[in-house]
Design a protein around this ligand. Structure first.
Ligand code: SAH
Ligand code: SF4
Ligand code: F3S
Length: 486
């Protein structure tokens, strides 16, 4: 294949994204590359006396990719800065999930232009999911010539070469692989937090929900080998991390692509036994949520009883055209089963309103499902057409005004149940992993409970990074307030 041939290890060849290619799924197994971060002689120390600034948009996957890029940049001797104006390299790690996510990035790209006048040697790079889209790359090529480098989600490990090329080249450097590359292990990372860590377990997505761009931007499902994940977790434990979140677009599909009989439930159990205090995982697709997985979550105290279970819609026809592969009944059966087996489980979800031609009755089904599930919270969105996806070419007879009104109505319900659920916690003692003092008041600490609730409490002691007990005495819909015990 042309693209694959063009991926020459130590040379640069311009490759632009191709959505048609991105949609293809091959039966090839990814290779696992180890210690593959080779720094060519001429790039060694290229970042000496230089700074970098990465701005992250989008999901946890992107946040974690940013940590890897920071790791690579620091090997090149760049140092980190929050000051975009001063940074020698600015990287925008972008998200393509909805139009407004993209508009934000274009706004940012536009606002960077003037910075080049004071420092013409500055490098501006755009990477992440938007870089995987043809239309975005074309727009940047046409209108935003101050961008020096565009690379995608599959070739982050090529960053040293790409930066070198960007310094040397007079033209915009573009290297975006449309088809996923290999699984690259042992990449350096500068983690953003020294108590909580992200751990990728599976890359990509093969679900192809009809509205969603992710299967195009992140490639096919590829699980990391169990031993690589376990080794990473053991190291995190030794380094004193207290919480980790296992990441994947669909974590429950973990292991399906490996030719071994080892699935998410097995992985979770092996990780739980390593003894990290808190284990989370996101996102779970209802499709692959097996009973063994529910049992493992129930069995281990250090696996947090929080399940993010995106439903998207409460109506069977909409679910069918979304390609979600479950019905309302099946979803609710799974929901009830999880609730029964995991006492006190906290549920959260994602919902899209205004899918093309969604009727009022179909929307009401979403509301009634919400009333049944009484989620602790939900991320709610107005459907946004994404070029290249099947839903984007569907005719749509529902106006944006109606869609926005539906979102408002749904959000009222979300806020209502968030408050009701939080009110139930008043009087209870919860374990809180302390993030740190608030910026405004050093005596007020904030952290998260096991059920992922934001908790505030006062203390004169330095408690950052510790797990403490807090008795809750007040609740708002999105935060809890209490007193430190002992
Ligand atoms: N893999 C996860 C979701 C990742 S994207 C899952 O399937 O559960 C996060 C959320 O963004 C989705 O759950 C969906 O609710 C929302 N989303 C995705 N594409 C969207 C679109 N085109 N318009 C509006 N919301 C969208
Ligand atoms: Fe998108 Fe569906 Fe994959 Fe989630 S499961 S990332 S919504 S295609
Ligand atoms: Fe956005 Fe890509 Fe994540 S589209 S939500 S950053 S996988």
């Amino acid at each position: 294949m042309k693209e694959i041939e063009n991926r020459i290890k130590d040379k640069f060849i311009r490759i632009e994204p191709d959505l048609k290619l991105a949609k293809k799924r091959t039966s090839d197994n990814p290779e696992i590359l180890r210690e593959s971060i080779e720094i060519p002689m001429q790039i060694n120390g290229i970042g000496k006396n230089k700074t970098y600034c990465i701005q992250t948009f989008g999901c946890q996957m992107n946040a974690h990719d940013t940590e890897v890029m920071a790791g690579i940049l620091e090997i090149l001797e760049f140092t980190s800065t929050d000051n975009m104006q001063e940074a020698d390299i600015v990287i925008l790690n972008t998200c393509a999930i909805r139009e407004n996510a993209e508009s934000k990035v274009f706004g940012k790209i536009g606002s960077l232009k003037h910075l080049k006048t004071t420092n013409p040697d500055k490098i501006f790079a755009v990477c992440g999911c938007m870089a995987q889209e043809e239309s975005v790359v074309n727009r940047i090529l046409e209108k935003y010539q101050h961008i020096d480098l565009i690379f995608g989600t599959h070739n982050i490990h090529r960053l040293p070469f790409l930066i070198d090329e960007a310094y040397k080249s007079k033209e915009m450097v573009v290297e975006v692989w449309s088809q996923e590359g290999d699984i690259v292990e042992d990449l350096p990372k500068v983690r953003d937090n020294n108590t909580k860590a992200w751990v990728n377990i599976i890359y990509g997505c093969d679900k192809f929900c009809t509205y969603c761009i992710v299967p195009f931007t992140r490639g096919k499902e590829r699980s990391r080998l169990p031993q690589d994940i376990i080794d990473e977790v053991k190291k995190l434990k030794i380094d004193g991390y207290k919480e980790l979140t296992l990441l994947g677009q669909n974590v429950n599909a973990y292991g399906k692509d490996l030719n071994i009989n080892y699935r998410m439930a097995d992985l979770l159990e092996d990780i739980a036994q390593i003894g990290i205090e808190r284990i989370r995982f996101t996102t779970s697709h209802p499709w692959d949520f097996e009973e063994e997985l529910i049992d493992v979550i129930a069995k281990y105290d250090n696996i947090m009883s929080h399940v993010h279970l995106p439903v998207q819609s409460g109506n069977d026809q909409i679910l069918k055209i979304m390609g979600r592969s479950y019905t309302r009944e099946k979803y609710l059966k799974l929901f009830d089963q999880i609730k029964k087996k995991i006492p006190g489980v906290v549920f959260t979800t994602d919902i899209i309103v205004g899918y093309p031609n969604e009727t009022e009755e179909q929307f009401e089904d979403t509301l009634s499902l919400y009333e049944y599930c009484k989620y602790d919270t939900a991320y709610t969105f107005v459907y946004s057409p994404r070029e290249g996806t099947p839903a984007a070419v569907m005719e749509d007879n529902i106006s944006l005004e109606i869609k926005k009104a539906r979102l408002q109505k749904l959000n009222k319900l979300v806020n209502h149940y968030a408050q009701v659920n939080n009110d139930h916690i008043i009087g209870q003692v919860v374990n809180v992993l302390v993030d740190g003092p608030s910026k405004k008041n050093q005596l007020v600490y904030a952290g998260y409970s096991e059920g992922l609730k934001l908790v505030h409490f006062e203390s004169t002691k330095e408690l950052t990074g510790q797990i403490v007990q807090v008795k809750i005495n007040d609740a708002k819909s999105f935060s809890l307030y209490g007193d430190l015990i002992n």
